[in-house]
Design a protein around this ligand. Structure first.
Ligand code: FAD
Length: 237
């Protein structure tokens, strides 16, 4: 569902260079060269990133960005995604692209029950027939789409910097977030962790790093959640 399309080249070196600059009298070129040293540069960069993350100097994480392509998610989920403001989005338009055939997401809580599933499919099929009828009769797609359900599949490209991604993983990786956006967050995390482990180590909901922050709304299964995020760090997914 989630693909990593592109990202800042050498993200850990870029961030470490920015971080070191704040505390060093050396020129930027000299600092960068040091982190690019093929024997010890990357390890030094990772050590510094761990230090700045630990100290809360998170603005330096904004120098690396990651661009994802997300396919086959529902419009409900894309709406939740675009609430994250420190990001850029491009989404397939329902004004310009006709929804010619029914493509929609079915939650497990519906598909697990034959009767629910039949009713769900039937009503969605009726909606799409009426949509097709309206289009045929000349109603513009931008108006015909008023019929379409939240379940309608969409595709979206988004770009976030590393700081915002950590925030996104914290909120949307938590069991309190809905299953579909949780899946987007988890898949995005699995991809970026492999590229830049020092930036994303320990990412995810608060229980990955310590106590749950959700109080009475806690899912009360922190060890299970922690294990699933650590599995992503091991690349065991
Ligand atoms: C479990 C869950 C349930 C939710 N339920 C609802 C709901 O019922 N109704 C609803 O409307 N939304 C709901 N949301 C969405 C939520 O309110 C946020 O809009 C969304 O999670 C985006 O996160 P954010 O605002 O922290 O940060 P982002 O937009 O990702 O921004 C990152 C950070 O930048 C800072 N920032 C960004 N913009 C501003 C600003 N204008 N002023 C000051 N600081 C800023 C903040 O520190 C913010 O945390 C829910 C989210 C979750 C995770």
């Amino acid at each position: 569902m989630v693909r990593l399309i592109n990202y800042t080249l050498n993200p850990e070196i870029v961030i470490a260079t920015a971080a070191r600059l704040c505390y060093s009298s050396y020129d930027i070129g000299k600092i960068e060269e040091d982190f690019k040293d093929k024997d010890s540069g990357l390890e030094k960069a990772r050590k510094l990133i761990r230090k700045v993350r630990g100290s809360g100097h998170e603005s330096v994480l904004e120098h690396a960005s990651f661009t994802f392509g997300v396919e086959n998610i529902s419009r409900s989920t894309s709406h939740q995604l675009v609430r994250h403001r420190i990001a850029s989005y491009s989404q397939r338009s329902q004004r310009y692209v006709k929804e010619t055939k029914p493509q929609y997401v079915t939650p497990d809580s519906i598909s697990c029950n034959r009767e629910f599933l039949e009713k769900y499919k039937k009503i969605i099929s009726e909606i799409y027939s009426l949509y097709g009828y309206f289009i045929e009769k000349g109603v513009p797609p931008e108006d015909a789409r008023y019929l379409l359900p939240n379940a309608t599949e969409t595709q979206i490209v988004f770009t976030m910097n590393a700081r915002e991604l950590l925030h996104f993983f914290r909120l949307r990786g938590c069991e309190r977030a809905q299953w579909e956006i949780r899946r987007v967050a988890k898949e995005a995390f699995n991809l970026v962790y492999q590229i830049a482990p020092s930036i994303f180590k320990g990412a995810g909901p608060s229980c990955v790093r310590g106590a749950c922050s959700e109080g009475e709304f806690s899912c009360k299964k922190p060890s299970e959640i922690r294990a699933s995020w650590l599995k992503g760090e091991r690349g065991d997914v």
